[in-house]
Design a protein around this ligand. Sequence first.
Ligand code: ZN
Length: 149
Amino acid sequence: MSNLDDLYRRVIMDHYKNPRNRGTMEDGSVTVNLNNPTCGDRISLQLQIEDGIVKDARFTGEGCSISMSSASMMTEAVKGKRTEQALELADQFSSLMKGEEASFDDYEDIEALSGVNKFPARIKCATLAWNALRKGVEHGHGQHEGTEN
Ligand code: ZN
């Protein structure tokens, strides 16, 4: 195992054990419930979007270390960003999962998930939170449900 793999694993486990932005908020304008039946991951993402800016992002849910660490990283990365920037980050993340070149200069922890592209069965675990974000930003206010298939 290379040192980089080791470092990436430590970053993922840190987010899994100490998730950022885990919880709920009173003034969230968008809620997205998404699940990934292949692995049993479930996420409920709340966003507070004001004036085209993601003011806050929180999540609850349960699942494997990949899905939960990805949700933790995603919420950190998009907080304070304009919605277009947040969607761009989601596109970058899709590229990362295809094994393409992608950079996350503002939040490099995300690159720890780059190794997931070698395990096709786990890609949906990693993209779950990002797809919830996409749904929330694109559909706007209200509550949305979905299943990844
Ligand atoms: Zn999973």
